[in-house]
Design a protein around this ligand. Structure first.
Ligand code: S0N
Length: 279
């Protein structure tokens, strides 16, 4: 069993969630995929709730770090719920509409300016494996097992699931994972750089909280900028936009930036003469 490390308190939004839990403690938001009877497979409603909770955490000034995990110790997430996968291009919600909304969640995690940590106990498989991959850090329990199943179950994630994996662990390894659909234990995942650390299962939450506390002591702006920087090239112009948006936000905080706005509001020409042209 996993030893609890904090006194997690449900956040208000949690009441509206059927498939996830959303808790908070000490500056950390914890988002839990709560479908253990399906090894935490996600259906469209699960993903919609994950997107909502991630949004809540991003905009909550008390939150500095977000932890994503699965309920129980048998699975982080086993990917898309195959029982609701339709024949018309996606996973069906309760109204019968097909979705691949986990792709939106993947991008949201990458664009979120706060660090997102995957805490993986048990299986991280298929789309669940890609979910831990898109998180900034992965703390794995020693019972964790990783792998893709797409080519076996008739699917593939040729986006971040392929490209980001290759950038994370190298092209040959990434191709091996996708082309053979094998499973890898926690030690193998650590050896190939797929996770940051492996700890005994009971300690996985304590270790995750330790890493979160370390980040909570650091500059939020520096973490925000470096995360955007890491993602910029992989995410192309959208990644550069994220980095550039942060730079614009910083510029707005300077006197030089404010002089342009003030001059316009005061209907006078801007005077930038006192601002140095830096080498
Ligand atoms: C995770 C595994 C290895 C666990 O094995 P274990 O411990 O032996 O448990 P089981 O007895 O197999 O499972 C327990 C119960 O949970 C149900 N269940 C498990 N996984 C799923 C699932 N993914 N969907 C629905 N139900 C699941 C079992 O059925 C069982 O319930 P009962 O007892 O009632 O039968 C093992 O369970 C396993 O291999 N699971 C399947 C893993 C898998 O293939 N996942 C899907 C992979 N594909 C995706 O995730 C696609 C993601 C996606 O949306 C996407 C994204 C981008 C681009 C494309 C796609 C796309 O759609 O392809």
């Amino acid at each position: 069993m996993i030893r609890p490390a904090l006194d997690w308190q449900p956040r208000a939004a949690s009441k509206a969630y059927s498939d996830i839990r959303y808790d908070f403690a000490e500056g950390i938001a914890r988002i839990v995929i709560n479908r253990p009877e399906r090894r935490n497979a996600f259906r469209p409603e699960t993903v919609a709730q994950l997107i909502d909770a991630t949004h809540q955490a991003q905009f909550d000034p008390e939150v500095g770090v977000i932890v994503l995990c699965g309920a129980g110790h048998e699975a982080f997430c086993s990917g898309g719920d195959q029982t609701v996968r339709g024949d018309d291009g996606g996973y069906h919600d309760e109204a019968g509409m097909p979705h691949l909304n986990v792709l939106d969640l993947q991008m949201q995690i990458r664009r979120c300016p706060k660090p997102v940590v995957a805490m993986v106990a048990g299986y991280a498989i298929g789309g669940g494996h890609v979910l831990h991959l898109v998180c900034d850090l992965t703390i794995a329990a020693d019972n964790a097992r990783f792998g893709q199943t797409g080519p076996r179950v008739g699917s593939f994630d040729a986006g971040l699931g392929a490209g980001l994996m290759a950038r994370t662990i190298g092209m040959k390894r990434a191709k091996e994972i996708w082309l053979l659909c094998r499973q890898y234990d926690a030690a193998a995942a650590l050896a190939m750089g797929l996770v940051n650390i492996v700890v005994p299962l009971p300690e996985v939450e304590e270790e995750t909280v330790r890493w979160c506390r370390d980040m909570l002591r650091l500059s939020p702006m520096a973490l925000r900028m470096i995360k955007a920087g890491f993602n910029a090239d992989t995410d192309g112009l959208a990644g550069i936009q994220e980095l550039a948006g942060n730079a614009t936000g910083l510029f707005y905080m300077t006197e030089e930036g404010q002089e342009g706005r003030n001059a316009w509001l005061e209907k006078r020409p801007p005077d930038f003469s006192k601002y140095r042209r830096r080498p």
